[in-house]
Design a binder for this molecule. Structure first.
Ligand code: SF4
Length: 206
């Protein structure tokens, strides 16, 4: 199945997610939440997993965290329709608990293929679980807002908007990190896709 996923086009991939039974999360979902945005988006945001409202609507970031994300995007002149938004697990964990390692692993090929097909130049990870995909063992409080080059992509870890929303200090932190994005996007546009560096490398610019 993993090899089948790696051959799918975007439409097939989204449909496979909607009917997926690869992990136990499928049994409690109302709707899977594959993700949404332009098929050639320059920026991709990767959150954790669907919450209550996302599970009901089948769309990512539609509750209060989604509204905050839209405000953050607006603060740098972007609308959510211009970016791709998805999560590391596509079905809601019961009671909004953290996703389990086996669930993250089962869902990983979908996100791998999504990234491959969309080919963003900047990936913003929102929260610990998507950060760990690129920077395992790192502390988000230490590396948030710092762009690092991973292959031909700049990856920027940020706090999760849901966590930041009600904590004044964290809210200010994510707002400041978002302000760095236009410069990071401009930097990413200048990177050649053929450029090698395979390992995360911190850019001194940011
Ligand atoms: Fe499939 Fe991912 Fe949903 Fe698990 S969380 S059932 S792997 S789509």
């Amino acid at each position: 199945m993993t090899s089948e996923i790696s051959q799918m086009n975007l439409e097939q991939l989204l449909e496979a997610i909607r009917t997926c039974t690869r992990c136990a999360l499928h049994s409690g979902r109302t709707l899977a939440v594959p993700g949404e945005g332009p098929a050639n988006a320059t920026i991709m945001f990767i959150g954790e997993g669907p919450g209550f409202h996302e599970d009901r609507q089948g769309r990512p970031f539609v509750g209060s965290a989604g509204k905050f994300l839209e405000e953050l995007l607006a603060s740098i002149g972007l609308q959510r329709e211009q970016v791709y938004i998805t999560n590391v697990v596509k079905c809601r964990p019961p009671g909004n608990r953290d996703p389990l390692p086996n669930e993250l692993e089962a869902c990983r090929p979908y996100l791998d293929r999504q990234i491959e097909l969309i080919g963003p130049k900047v990936i913003v990870t929102l929260g610990r679980y998507s950060m760990a995909r690129y920077f395992p063992g790192q502390s988000i409080s230490r590396i948030h807002g710092q762009a690092r080059q991973v292959g031909g992509v700049l990856v920027v870890p940020m706090l999760h908007p849901a966590a930041a929303l009600h904590q004044p200090q964290w809210k200010a932190t994510i707002e400041m990190d978002f302000k760095k994005l236009p410069a990071i996007i401009a930097q990413a546009e200048r990177l050649s896709p053929a450029e090698p560096p395979p390992s995360p490398q911190q850019l001194s610019l940011f």
